[in-house]
Design a protein around this ligand. Structure first.
Ligand SMILES: [Mn+2]
Length: 368
């Protein structure tokens, strides 16, 4: 086993979704689960974090320190999320000024206090695996893609090195033949229409192929931010992967027209070992994801919060959108922080009372 894939302990586990800098809800959830400080859990349980500890919320440094302490004490494991990957790459994105440009941070976010702390955090992120697994359970940040996991098993080097290797390969693929030229021509044709919601554009096959190749060509990106597919079938020479869903017109989300959609990879997951993941914003009830999401519509429509998903009903997303809960407390649409208990298969969240047994997970009768 290499460093990209690490072993989960066999004992009882509490698997926590994306925390995104929300230290208050994290402390509440840990208390509800029976964890106190850095002490061992009285029932011998261990924690697993699904990645995306940071960004968006008020105090990412406090969350990283808390999780680092739990990991160092031997009580927690954590996989790498796309937000930790951004920090490792040193890329400035919305919500991560606290570590990339701490002098320019928003007033409602705590910046990393000094360069030494930043170096310690980045070093910690560099130790995080992409996959945690044992014979009974698999944990990944966004997507369990069998091909990507096989590549990780054979990979040499760090996550960042493997990421850069596949970035270079992907760039070559995007430059091959006349794909780049044709994509550029389509983008010129689309022009300002890209961001004009009032006019539906036609489907542009080369933009779609380029976007899908970019996202799916790097297994590190696939595992940390998921797979995407063109919204319509393309000629095999342009894009050879079969689509999971029927043809649809381009859709408008996050301020522009999209030719690719996120794949519900769980509908194509046919292995027997359950997978727990985060990343995709789920809704406990009132949140309108179309208003906030980059990739509307809601991927989990028709799946209740405590229901398994996927072809075999053994896949579960434990991210309940706390990342958009900036106005938590005043705003009914803000999210929650949740944990899955293994092997009990129960969901607890930050607003349950301590000692709450949690909601029993069930098969989704609509698809199961
Ligand atoms: Mn994520």
């Amino acid at each position: 086993m290499n460093r990209l894939i690490q072993r989960l302990p066999d004992g009882p586990l509490d698997i926590i979704g994306d925390v995104h800098g929300f230290i208050g809800p994290l402390e509440q959830l840990l208390a509800n689960l029976g964890y106190s400080g850095n002490a061992p859990h009285p029932d011998g349980r261990q924690l697993v974090f699904c990645g995306d500890l940071v960004d968006r919320g008020p105090d990412s440094p406090a969350v990283v320190e808390r999780v680092m302490g739990l990991v160092a004490a031997g009580h927690a494991h954590c996989v790498l999320g796309n937000h930790e990957l951004n920090a490792l790459r040193g890329v400035h994105k919305e919500g991560n000024s606290w570590i990339i440009k701490p002098d320019e941070v928003d007033a409602d976010q705590t910046p990393v206090p000094d360069e030494q702390t930043k170096a310690r955090f980045v070093e910690f992120f560099s130790t995080l695996p992409l996959v945690l697994e044992n014979d009974h359970l698999r944990v990944v940040h966004a997507c369990w893609d069998p091909r990507s996991v096989e590549l990780f098993r054979d990979a040499k080097g760090s996550v960042l090195e493997v990421y850069k290797y596949y970035e270079a390969l992907t760039r070559e693929r995007l430059e091959a033949g006349d794909l780049r030229q044709r994509t550029k021509r389509e983008k010129n044709d689309l022009g300002a229409g890209l961001t004009d919601q009032s006019r539906s554009p036609p489907f542009y096959p080369h933009i779609a192929a380029s976007d899908a190749i970019y996202q799916n060509g790097n297994p590190v990106r696939v595992s940390t931010s998921g797979k995407e597919e063109p919204v319509q079938r393309l000629p095999g020479e342009l894009y050879s992967q079969p689509l999971l869903e029927p043809d649809e017109p381009p859709f408008f989300a996050g301020g522009k027209w999209r030719m690719v959609r996120r794949m519900k990879w769980w509908d194509d997951y046919r292995e027997s070992v359950p997978v727990i993941f985060g990343h995709y914003w789920r809704n406990f009830g009132s949140l309108d994801l179309a208003l906030v999401g980059k990739f509307a519509p809601d991927l989990f429509q028709g799946i209740a919060p405590h229901h398994w998903m996927g072809a075999n009903q053994n896949v579960y997303c434990v991210d309940f959108s706390i990342g958009m809960g900036k106005a938590r407390g005043q705003n009914k649409t803000s999210g929650h922080l949740a944990a899955v208990r293994f092997p009990e298969w129960r969901i607890l969240h930050d607003e349950h009372e301590p000692g709450h047994a949690g909601i029993k997970m069930e098969s989704n009768s609509q698809t199961g």
